[in-house]
Design a binder for this molecule. Structure first.
Ligand SMILES: *Cc1c(COP(=O)(O)O)cnc(C)c1O
Length: 388
């Protein structure tokens, strides 16, 4: 870290390559399965374009994004491969995405009609995947509406407006492998596939599983898996994954660090940070970390998370503020300017994003996706020992 830098996020693209390759091997152990690396939400905070490049280098067959804008950013960055997009609202302009050969998702007949109209307008065949709601009750056609949607899609194919490239759904409880919803959703998905095939659809890919589903439920892999979180080296189902995959070896790609702005002694009885939610029981030294919720450091980490300073984990004391928070150095002689690791891969003893998630009562997805704000982000490639 440059001596003058206040705080930064460092993303190791070699870790993303390593994770994507490890996941590909893991899910294709019995039978080859295509890999979609999900890079929505700025690559879960890791940088969408850099993450996409790393995933492609490791063999990702597809990239997955939520919005049309995200898909178009990938194309603008020169990615020519298959990209699936799955979240649009009525009235969006599908034409650029159809021209750019992005695979679009339709949940409804009206959504499908809009895509077909865009295809006619630009004189192209739109690639469409149909999503069925098998029990998440979020996006996707209800099982009731599914037969009409697949019939409409078949008619659009016959008109030459669209080609249905995929049929898919999404799990509600894949991080709880014993949850009975998983079995029910998989069964509903198989039934929905039969309905679509009976209507004459012959999609390239059928898919249901995210990271946790891909790792923990082999029967849900179908033709393709959509891996987001695990691609960034984080465990999508803490407490479950390690049993089944003791040697998977995912490497967290993100490190967040800062430099102490100030170190000072305080006497016993000193109240720390807003609201004095922590009072020093004995004299100690405090380190001031110059990042806060304005940089995406969760306020729920107040009095809960730990950071790594001078070879030890140091508890956060008092509330996380907008720009700063305080750690307890316990009398050790760290100095202003010393490095503070909020989280990293964990290999040096430092906390991980999962540790922060546990401290905050959330999931690591939210920790890495929200961190940022005013912090600089830098990409490195540990394999090349260069700045990526
Ligand atoms: C975000 C998302 C994924 C990736 O989920 P992970 O749990 O991060 O692997 C897969 N599919 C859909 C539809 C998503 O929205």
């Amino acid at each position: 870290m440059s001596p003058a830098a206040r705080a930064e996020i460092v993303v190791d693209v070699a870790a993303i390559r390593h994770n994507v390759a490890a996941l590909r091997r893991a899910v294709s152990a019995e039978r080859p399965v295509q890999m979609m690396t999900v890079v929505k939400a700025d690559g879960y905070g890791h940088g969408m374009v850099e993450s996409a490049r790393a995933a492609r280098a490791a063999g990702a067959d597809w990239l997955g994004v939520a919005t049309l804008d995200e898909a178009m950013v990938l194309r603008a960055a020169g990615d020519p491969g298959r990209v699936l997009c799955w979240l649009t609202v009525p009235g969006e302009d599908y034409r650029p995405a159809v021209e750019a050969d992005v695979d679009l998702t339709a949940y409804t007949e009206t959504g499908l009609a809009e895509i077909a109209a865009a295809a006619r307008a630009v004189g192209r065949v739109a690639r469409v995947q149909l999503k069925v709601d098998t029990g998440l009750s979020r996006g996707g056609a209800t099982l009731e509406d599914w037969p009409a949607l697949v019939a409409a899609a078949r008619r659009c194919e016959q008109h030459g407006d669209v080609v249905v490239t995929g049929l898919w759904s999404h799990f509600a409880c894949s991080d709880e492998p014993g949850h009975r919803a998983n079995e029910a959703q998989e069964r509903a998905f198989r039934d929905a596939l039969q309905v679509a095939e009976a209507a004459g659809l012959r999609p390239e890919v059928r898919h249901l599983a995210n990271s946790a589903g891909a790792l923990l439920r082999p029967s849900a892999r179908f033709d393709l898996v959509r891996c987001g979180l695990a691609s960034y080296g984080l465990d999508p189902a803490p407490g479950h994954t390690a049993h089944l995959w003791p040697d998977l070896g995912l490497v967290p790609a993100m490190t967040v660090r800062a430099r102490l702005a100030l170190v000072k002694p305080v006497a016993a009885g000193a109240g720390v940070s807003y609201g004095h939610t922590w009072t020093a029981p004995t004299a100690t030294t405090l380190g001031l970390v110059p990042v806060g919720y304005g940089d995406g450091v969760p306020r729920h980490a107040s009095n809960a998370a730990e950071a790594w300073v001078d070879g030890k984990r140091r508890p956060v004391r008092g509330r996380i503020c907008m720009d700063q928070f305080v750690v307890d150095l316990g009398g050790d002689d760290a100095r202003a300017g010393d490095e503070v690791l909020l989280f990293g891969p964990g290999t040096g003893g430092e906390p991980t994003a999962q540790d922060w998630a546990a401290a905050c009562g959330t999931i690591s997805y939210e920790i890495v996706t929200r961190i940022g704000g005013r912090m600089a982000r830098r990409h490195v490639d540990r394999d090349q020992r260069i700045e990526a």
